[in-house]
Each structure stands twice: as C-alpha cells, then as structure tokens.
Write a protein that binds this ligand. Structure first.
Ligand code: MG
Length: 154
C-alpha cells in the first residue's frame, strides 16, 4: 500500500464562482487561481500523485500554460487517477480537512463528499470531508486544504 499527502491554498476574490470539491457553493467570493481555484481537488490531485511518486500538479499542468486558464480541476484529478491506475493501485480512502472562515462547509459536506467520490470512482464512505475555521492564523481571506490518501494494489 502507499500513502499520499497533498496541500493547497487559494485566496478569495470577488467576481469568480466558489468551487470546492467539484461543487459550486453559494458565496459572494470565489477562489483566485489560474484554473477554477478548487483548493480541495488540487490537494487531492497532489496527494494521489505523491502516493505514486509521480510528481505534482504543477509538473503536469504548469500554471504558465494558458491552456489551463479557468480549467475545471476535475481534469487534473483525472490525470492523477490515470497515474495511480498505471502504477497498479486503487484508492482505499481519502481524508481531507478544509480550513476557511466562510462559507460554512457543514451544510454542503455531504454534497462535496458525493461529488468527490463520484470523481474518484469510490464510495462516499471512503471520502472524509472535514472543515475548520482558521482560528488565530490570520488566513480568513484564504481557503486551505489538507488531504491524505491511502492506495492499495489493484
Ligand atoms: Mg491550487
């Protein structure tokens, strides 16, 4: 088996939709980024790539490439899944922690869990979605995601 860990952060900005875990959440700001800024999908992508020692999201999708401007981050996740499959592994489970001041994730956690599970092709009960507020960190204008994944031989 293999373990993987991923981390990402994006700053909030007005005028863009808020995408977290492939779900559009109602909020007055979205996450700034070269792609759609989906902090959770980026952290999952890095965790999967890390678990099979295949590099990181930037090595597959350089932010300098205009092709990925506003891109659906599900594309990045699909490439990471391909890498996992090619190395002969499948996902046992994924666990994540989101750190953001607003919006509250609790009411949307089940929707995000279902969407992430669908994108990964695993059962919702293999996807942990947790959220915390950034107490004392001074990062109220950013969203942060930490992700751990466990892979087993397919
Ligand atoms: Mg990112």
């Amino acid at each position: 088996m293999r373990i993987g860990y991923g981390w990402d952060s994006h700053e909030f900005k007005t005028g863009v939709p808020l995408m977290i875990g492939g779900v559009r959440l109602p909020h007055d700001k979205g996450l700034a980024g070269h792609s759609d800024g989906d902090v959770l999908l980026h952290a999952i992508t890095d965790a999967l790539l890390g678990a099979v020692a295949a590099g990181d999201i930037g090595s597959f999708f350089p932010p300098s490439d205009p092709k990925w401007k506003g891109a659906d981050s599900a594309i990045f996740l699909k490439e990471a899944l391909k890498q996992v499959k090619e190395k002969g592994y499948r996902i046992e489970n994924v666990d994540s922690t989101l750190i953001l001041d607003a919006p509250k994730i609790g009411p949307h956690a089940k929707t995000i869990q279902a969407r992430v599970a669908e994108l990964l092709g695993i059962a919702p009960d293999a996807v942990g979605i947790k959220a915390k507020t950034p107490e004392g960190m001074g990062t109220d204008n950013a969203a942060i995601a930490h992700v751990a994944v466990l892979l087993v031989k397919a």
